[in-house]
Design a protein around this ligand. Structure first.
Ligand SMILES: [Zn+2]
Length: 536
């Protein structure tokens, strides 16, 4: 890493065609936990999220609502920003693709790709999915008949593999018979226009070489294998402008066209750090682009190819997380996203409990299912019973036996457990395995609760000869709580800041300082119940 370069982490910018839902929230919460963990390690982090505000879908939504597309995008953007504040997302910037700073970066990217002779005018005919904002090849489509058979078999569109043969069909027949498997209920649009094309086909070999030389470029591994298969199948040039869509960045030197929304959107990662001004090198290359698994093709093929063409350094890692399903229904960014009301879910037990639950329940490197019942069980067992109970017991005993001040005390059998939990935690968090990171903290809570039972401090307190033993018990338990407050801070920032203040700390401590932690002399206070039990 260069001397004073920031760790730069981004999420996908959300598409401004509807309000935020749990699919968006899962991504921001996971990325925020990654960012907060890195800050706890002492890294200087730049964390950027934002909105993708151009494209046909936004235009259609605005028209349906009877407002201008900008007014529509403004309204959606403020809803998203409000939700991210409520969820404790610690982003440093919120980039919007309608901002002048972004338009300028897109123009420079197009100019550089032009200078590399990678752009040319050509005629395009084909099926366009408005849901994906992308042209679809035969390999990416399914037939209506296949979808109907899947629906009858009860398997749904999710498991249907793409691949049709449409040669010989008319445009009308294609529209009637074919669908995008990601948006099975949306009719495709037959599009015929003269466009600008990007010579993506030039980059297939270089991208395969990239995956071989830098496997960490696409993570987790399952995502990398998907991308490799696409590359091995060969790449076609892609259309990168639209001639009839007025809602976008005008094509430099050809204002009849707008820049294709994905080329526009991907460039946000550069525009948010000031590209093309030289200062952007303080942040770029991005260390991690956090995205959903449905858009890996854009981030792991189009984006690096664009950057190679424009001679800009490539990001280090693209992390493709999976999807959350709620009681069996898919909660992605596309179809079915509105089936769970995110605002209600946040209000149920607060933002921190929801953050913890999602990241503890759904693996960050795969898919997972959640339900209201599971939320109750997790909350009760992990937070109310394990952690909440530990906090209450330990601080109560320090108040009762030592007037609220942590005594100096020798190491006990609990201290090596704290050290071991920290090692497991860091190993998991460094690999972005957030679920295992949270588990390591909760397991330390269990170990500390068991330690209280074993040491029976209430018996130690009865015998003045055991005062030193009692001091050691209480000091070790205080250290365990301080470690847990730091370990769970990326998951529950507000609750763990609250816990830290009850332990007499200004904030959860940096991870480095936990190894040789001395809390003697700190004044603790118990406060209200940290995780109230759900009302029966
Ligand atoms: Zn689609």
């Amino acid at each position: 890493m260069r001397g004073d370069k920031y760790t730069y982490l981004t999420t996908a910018i959300d598409y401004a065609n509807g309000p935020p839902h749990i699919g968006h929230a899962f991504e921001k919460i996971g990325a925020d936990a990654m960012v907060r963990y890195r800050r706890l390690k002492g890294e200087q982090v730049r964390f950027v999220i934002g909105m993708d505000e151009h494209g046909l879908k936004v235009l259609q939504s605005a028209e349906a609502a009877g407002v201008t597309p900008q007014a529509w995008a403004d309204g959606i953007a403020s809803k998203f920003e409000e939700m991210w504040r409520a969820l404790g997302i610690s982003n440093d910037d919120f980039i919007r693709t309608t901002q002048p700073r972004h338009h300028r970066a897109v123009e420079v990217m197009i100019e550089r790709m032009q200078a590399a002779d990678d752009l040319y005018r050509g005629k395009y005919e084909g099926l366009y999915c408005v849901g994906c904002e992308a042209f679809k090849t035969d390999a990416e489509l399914v037939s209506v008949a296949t979808l109907e058979a899947a629906a009858e078999a009860g398997t749904g569109a999710d498991g249907v593999a793409g691949g049709v043969h449409s040669e010989g069909l008319t445009a009308e027949e294609r529209v009637a018979r074919l669908r995008c498997p990601i948006h099975p209920s949306r009719q495709l649009v037959w599009s015929q226009e003269e466009n600008w094309f990007f010579r993506l086909s030039r980059y297939g070999e270089r991208l395969l070489k990239l995956l071989a030389e830098r496997p960490e470029f696409v993570q987790p591994e399952s995502r990398r294998n998907e991308i490799r298969r696409v590359l091995e199948g060969g790449l076609e040039d892609i259309s990168v402008s639209r001639s009839r869509l007025g809602w976008g960045v005008p094509w430099p030197g050809d204002p009849e066209h707008t820049v294709y929304v994905w080329i526009d959107a991907l460039t946000n990662y550069l525009s948010a750090v000031g590209f093309p001004d030289p200062g952007y090198g303080q942040f770029w290359p991005a260390d991690v682009h956090v995205i959903g698994k449905d858009i890996t093709r854009f981030h792991c093929i189009y984006w690096p190819a664009m950057l190679m063409s424009a001679e800009v350094e490539l990001p280090r890692t693209v992390w493709g997380h999976g999807f959350v399903t709620f009681g069996g229904a898919k909660v992605s960014k596309s179809e079915g996203g509105a089936r769970v009301d995110l605002t209600e879910l946040v209000e149920l037990r607060g933002a921190d409990a929801l953050r913890y639950f999602l990241l503890r329940e759904v693996p960050w490197n795969g898919d997972g299912e959640i339900s209201a019942q599971r939320y109750d069980e997790r909350y009760t067992s992990d937070l109310a019973n394990n952690l909440g109970n530990l906090v209450n017991r330990v601080i109560s005993m320090i108040e009762r036996y030592r007037e609220g001040v942590v005594p100096p005390g020798a190491q006990t059998a609990l201290d090596p457990e704290i050290a071991a939990a920290l090692v497991r935690y860091r190993g998991a968090m460094d690999a972005n395995l957030l679920q295992q990171g949270a588990a390591a903290a909760i397991e330390l809570g269990q170990a500390a609760n068991a330690f209280v039972g074993d040491r029976a401090p209430w018996n130690q307190a009865k015998d003045p000869a055991l005062a030193g033993e009692l001091d050691a018990t209480l000091a070790s338990l205080a250290r365990a709580l301080a470690a847990i407050a730091s370990m769970l801070f990326p998951f529950m920032p507000a609750k763990m800041t609250d816990l830290a203040s009850r332990l007499g700390l200004e904030a959860p401590l940096p991870l480095e300082s936990l190894a040789a932690l001395e809390l003697a002399g700190r004044r603790m206070h118990k406060g209200e119940v940290l995780f109230p039990r759900p009302q029966e």
